[in-house]
Ligand binder design. Structure first.
Ligand SMILES: *Cc1c(COP(=O)(O)O)cnc(C)c1O
Length: 418
């Protein structure tokens, strides 16, 4: 069973102050989870999480994570600027981009970020862009083929298709990139790879770690480069469905430690720092999209219209993703009504749920859409002239803070030429 991190009484107070729809974040949950992650990798002295800013690009969130010892993983100029304005700089920023414009490399360099090269052609392009090669540099690896996990918990398959992904360098290219970067002045090298997304398996990181640790040993022998960090990137998932098992970050950290002991330590590479770049795992469960039932419609199916739409949360429309829904105050009622929960876009995929069994919904009911803290607000858009919602932080003391105001029509009109 999934329970919201706010009670109905708490939410009634919040909606009296801020109109629905909005995204609500749970500071306590965010902090506790970040501490669990840190503890799981505390065996590695150089360990650092670089929060994937794209998941939740909101300064108040970045600051909470910064207080918990996290850096930022940026992928664009705007994200770099935001990190800079949050006083995050130097090696607390990873810059993992692709199709990168020169000005983005220039800003990343100015901030002192660790630059992660997505392609072999970027070796020369980076040098042309910033006039030199930084001493500490990272290359993104793509092993190709299909990635599967041998041991998955029943029913939850992990499979992804790196061979079809636009990211990273081939095995031959990463060796060539290292050799050339070393000749151009690089001294400290890192490896980065992202092989599967939203994995519900304690085996994903350990399996990825084994691949990257072995690659590091081989690259060290082939190129003589000093590999000082390995970035396991993102990909640890969360159970969007109530029946899915949760990942156990302590078990994951221990699995990675075993791989480290077995592969890196015997190769004399026990100075390698591990980095992660998690987005979803850090934030998704600690965000709710709060919306109100505003309309009902009885045609060939039963519809409940809500005041949020796919512009506030794109994942169901884009990927058919499941997001659990709680009808506030009706948690104990039986789910004996079958509904499509729809937004107001002129687009039939604008449904938060299809054929979902829920308690009887009345107009005015508050609905919590779960697990929207990552890749939720951030994937928002303005189709049909819909405006972006506010973001609100539920603080540890139970008070709330507006951390992004809702967009207004004036904001939307600002860029137009009349
Ligand atoms: C999206 C992304 C992440 C975060 O992915 P999650 O699935 O949210 O953990 C990390 N690194 C890179 C390079 C990404 O593109």
């Amino acid at each position: 069973m999934k329970t919201p991190f706010v009670t109905k009484a708490q939410l009634e107070k919040i909606v009296a102050q801020y109109p629905t729809p909005f995204h609500l974040y749970d500071e306590k949950g965010i902090r506790e989870n970040a501490r669990r992650l840190k503890a799981a990798f505390s065996w590695n002295p150089g360990y650092r999480e670089y929060f994937a800013v794209k998941a939740t690009p909101t300064p108040a969130i970045l600051k909470i994570l910064q207080e918990e010892g996290c850096g930022c993983d940026c992928s664009s100029l705007t994200e770099l600027l935001m990190a800079g304005r949050c006083n995050i700089s130097g090696e607390n920023i990873m810059f993992s981009s692709n199709n990168t414009p020169a000005e983005e490399f220039q800003l990343a360099d100015k901030l002192g970020a660790i630059i992660n090269l997505d392609d072999l052609t970027l070796v020369d392009f980076l040098e042309q862009s910033i006039g030199r090669i930084p001493e500490k540099i990272c290359c993104r690896y793509n092993p190709g083929g299909v990635f599967t996990l041998g041991e998955t918990r029943e029913g939850f398959q992990v499979m992804d298709n790196p061979g079809d992904a636009k990211y990273g360098m081939t095995r031959a290219q990463i060796a060539e990139a290292y050799t050339r970067l070393a000749a151009m002045g690089a001294k400290e090298f890192g490896i980065h790879a992202f092989l599967a997304s939203n994995t519900i398996s304690n085996e994903y990181y350990p399996t990825l770690a084994r691949i990257l640790f072995q690659l590091a040993v081989d690259l060290k022998h082939e190129t003589g480069c000093h590999i000082t960090f390995i970035n396991l990137s993102g990909g640890i998932g969360i159970p969007y469905r109530p029946e899915q098992p949760d990942n156990d970050i302590a078990i994951i950290g221990e699995g990675v430690r075993k791989a480290y002991e077995e592969i890196l330590v015997p190769a004399g590479m026990d100075d390698v720092s591990l980095y992660t770049e998690l987005g979803r795992f850090m934030l998704a469960p600690y965000g709710h999209l709060v919306t109100r039932a505003t309309h009902e419609k009885h045609i060939y199916k039963e519809y409940i219209g809500v005041d949020a739409c796919a512009c506030n949360l794109m994942r169901p429309a884009m990927y058919g993703a499941y997001h659990h829904i709680t009808v506030m105050g009706k948690e104990d009622q039986s789910c004996d009504h079958k509904y499509d929960i729809a937004g107001g876009l002129c687009e039939n995929n604008d449904k938060f749920a299809v054929d979902r069994m829920l308690p009887k919904i009345d107009i005015g009911d508050l609905l919590v859409i779960h697990d929207t803290g990552a890749h939720g607000f951030s994937m928002g858009y303005n189709y049909n002239g819909k405006l972006r919602s506010a973001e609100i932080l539920l603080k540890e003391d139970g008070s709330t803070e507006l951390i992004r105001r809702a967009e207004t029509v004036e904001d939307y009109f600002q860029t137009l030429v009349w």
